[in-house]
Design a protein around this ligand. Structure first.
Ligand SMILES: [Zn+2]
Length: 325
């Protein structure tokens, strides 16, 4: 109990002191940036957050890593290093914000602040593993780019009314982002439906999944033991309504009504923005975008960077009425 109270006090102190710590640092970073000393950016003093306790899911070991060094591993795991530098900077700021939010709002993990799984917290890869996966002639350039993206934004995070935001991000919005209420429930004033052009040029924008009628029945029965369908009926599969962003809100498959998010999980679709066709024995889902669709789209960020937007403009495109501290 005492531990919980102490932790509560720590969190309260953190909430009030963090903006001060980051605001001071922001000025320093600006000065350094103005000298155009690329790759020699001064790092922020993160105070109580100077090290992150990172849980490695595969070994169950907890590693303490300096905050920005942890972010090298996140940015290089979450976004291709071939993307524009401004997109990588936006990713660094968003990943930093996501990490701070996770710690301040209470970690899911008992002895760690965050884990290295994208399914649970946020993806992370070690420098060694990352370098091993890049082509030999790209290793040096790509790693420097990642380090630059993190160091040149050191200490900077996204805030709404003075508090770090819950900075969701995903791979490809399919041209338009989704409200969190349609994915997990809940809403945040800074997470709205946002359109972005240029995402159709990326792999992951369009995909298809085909299932046979038998496979569909099998997959539905795993979730709904009372599932029944008569493929002779015209509307045996039907999309009932769409969300504000055009994703499937609810649909009917046989005698079961389910959400688009649920159908996405059952059939392994890349997103809930889909239509379908029935051709003979095959049901084909035609999917647009990749991921839950909430917050910043990574391909959208790269597309906006190519259009000349800075990382600050990219972040503000995806999160409404926010400031970058
Ligand atoms: Zn986790």
């Amino acid at each position: 109990m005492k531990k919980i109270i102490l932790y509560g006090i720590f969190v309260i102190i953190l909430i009030f002191t963090m903006p001060i710590v980051f605001t001071n640092q922001f000025q320093e970073t600006e000065e350094v940036a103005s000298e155009k000393t690329e790759e020699k950016f001064e790092k922020a003093n993160y105070g109580d957050l100077s090290t992150i306790r990172l849980l490695h899911k595969d070994t169950n070991e907890v590693e303490e890593i300096e905050f920005d060094t942890y972010l090298y591993g996140v940015v290089s795991a979450e976004m291709p290093a071939s993307y524009e530098l401004e997109a990588l900077r936006a990713q660094a700021v968003v990943a930093r914000t996501y990490t701070i939010y996770k710690i301040v709002s209470g970690s899911k993990h008992e002895n760690a602040d965050i884990c290295d799984s994208s399914l649970c917290c946020q993806a992370w890869i070690s420098k060694e593993s990352r370098l091993a996966r890049w082509e030999e002639n790209k290793k040096d350039e790509y790693w420097k780019k990642i380090v630059n993206a993190v160091d040149s934004t050191s200490g900077r995070y996204v805030s709404y009314q003075g508090q770090p935001i819950n900075a969701f991000f995903h791979s490809n919005s399919g041209g338009i982002t989704e409200l969190p209420v349609n994915v997990w429930g809940g809403s945040y004033p800074y997470l709205q439906v946002v359109a972005t052009s240029g995402e159709e040029d990326y792999t992951g924008y369009r995909s298809e999944v085909e299932v046979s009628k038998d496979e569909l029945i099998q997959k539905m029965l795993e979730k709904y033991s009372n599932f029944q369908i008569n493929f002779e009926e015209v509307n045996c599969i039907q999309i009932l309504d769409l969300t504000e962003s055009g994703r499937v809100k609810t649909m009917k498959i046989g005698n079961v009504s389910l959400s688009g998010v649920e159908a996405r999980a059952i059939f392994g679709l890349k997103s809930a923005k889909f239509g379908f066709e029935i051709n003979g024995d095959v049901i084909k889902f035609i999917v647009t975008g990749y991921g839950h669709g909430v917050g910043m789209s990574q391909t959208g960020a790269d597309s906006l960077a190519k259009q000349g937007l800075t990382y600050e403009e990219i972040v503000k495109h995806y999160y409404r009425d926010v400031e970058i501290k």
